[in-house]
Design a protein around this ligand. Structure first.
Ligand code: ATR
Length: 276
């Protein structure tokens, strides 16, 4: 029987994950199937149990299921515990389910390996204080930036989130209006504003000369934040397609013990949407 994997989410119709994992399987000579299934939060536990009971070996969980996947997993990796969210479930040999979070390592792999960005000593501005931000903070701090500042519309959420990570790096939280006069080497957009074509209210001068903009969201067209980066002189202004492929590669490695190569796939997906 073919080894089964899937991604659960809602909505899931436009997910690129089946294509990404089939590409990795072909490239590494692994036999497996990978499907995308629409699962509402109230169906989550039943659907996951049924999937594993019917021979499934691993799942990706995306919006809005990552916190539920965290609650479901019997054991969790340290990075998933920090993120308080799980995007990858793996059925272990003893029948227990391991929860991991590969989003943060997907982001830093894209920044470091694909774009030669140096995080050590950098000043990082993180926009947004929701689940997407929480998932990437510990992996970022692991590379010893000079500082991470979280800016959020609801200021208390930024301050509270920063406080959770104070033990592992220099990190603080504030509102957008407090950013005046500061410049950052990298600005990461982890708000959901992009999805509705909106932008957080960023003050002039917040992007340092040669600074980089990175939107965790991605689309067939440049997001509002990617366009903002270009208009404000970013050295690069990237969206999260590379992060998507890299988080998938890390999940594939967890499941199969084989590390796929990502460059050809990222190039192919970019060519298909007319971006190089
Ligand atoms: P996710 O899990 O994707 O991070 P979330 O937990 O709902 O989703 O968080 C969404 C984030 O985007 C929040 O930081 C939210 O700011 P608030 O906490 O103040 O609500 C931010 N956000 C959403 N729309 C925004 C907008 N138009 N401008 C600025 N920030 C926005």
């Amino acid at each position: 029987m073919t080894d089964r994997y899937a991604v659960f989410g809602q909505p899931i119709g436009h997910s690129k994950s089946p294509r990404i994992h089939q590409f990795f399987a072909g490239q590494t000579g692994q036999q497996l199937s990978y499907t995308a299934e629409e699962v509402a939060p109230e169906q989550f536990v039943g659907s996951v149990k049924a999937f594993f009971a019917q021979g499934g070996l691993g799942l990706n969980c995306t919006v809005p299921l990552k916190e539920l996947a965290f609650a479901f997993a019997d054991t969790k990796t340290i990075r998933a515990q920090r993120a308080k969210a799980v995007n990858t479930l793996k059925l272990e040999a003893d029948g227990s389910v391991l929860g991991d979070n590969t989003d943060g390592c997907g982001l830093v792999t894209d920044l470091l390996d694909n774009h030669a960005f140096n995080l050590k000593g950098s000043r990082i501005l993180l926009l947004g204080a929701g689940g997407a931000s929480r998932g990437i903070i510990a992996p970022l701090l692991g590379y010893s930036p000079q500082t991470v500042v979280i800016a959020n519309r609801t200021v208390e959420k930024a301050v509270e989130l920063a406080a959770e990570f104070q033990d592992i790096g220099v990190i603080s939280g504030c509102g957008y209006a407090d950013l005046g006069g500061q410049a950052f080497d990298i600005i990461l957009n982890a708000t959901s504003a992009s999805l509705s074509g909106e932008l957080p209210p960023l003050p002039q001068g917040v992007l340092a000369t040669q600074g980089v903009c990175y939107d965790l969201a991605y689309g067939d067209q440049p997001t509002a934040f990617v366009r903002w980066g270009r208009e404000n002189g970013a050295f690069y202004s990237l969206d999260g397609l590379g992060m998507l492929v890299e988080q998938a590669a890390a999940a594939f490695y967890l499941w199969r013990g084989v590390r796929p190569s990502t460059h050809a796939l990222i190039e192919l997906l970019n060519a298909e949407r007319g971006m190089s």
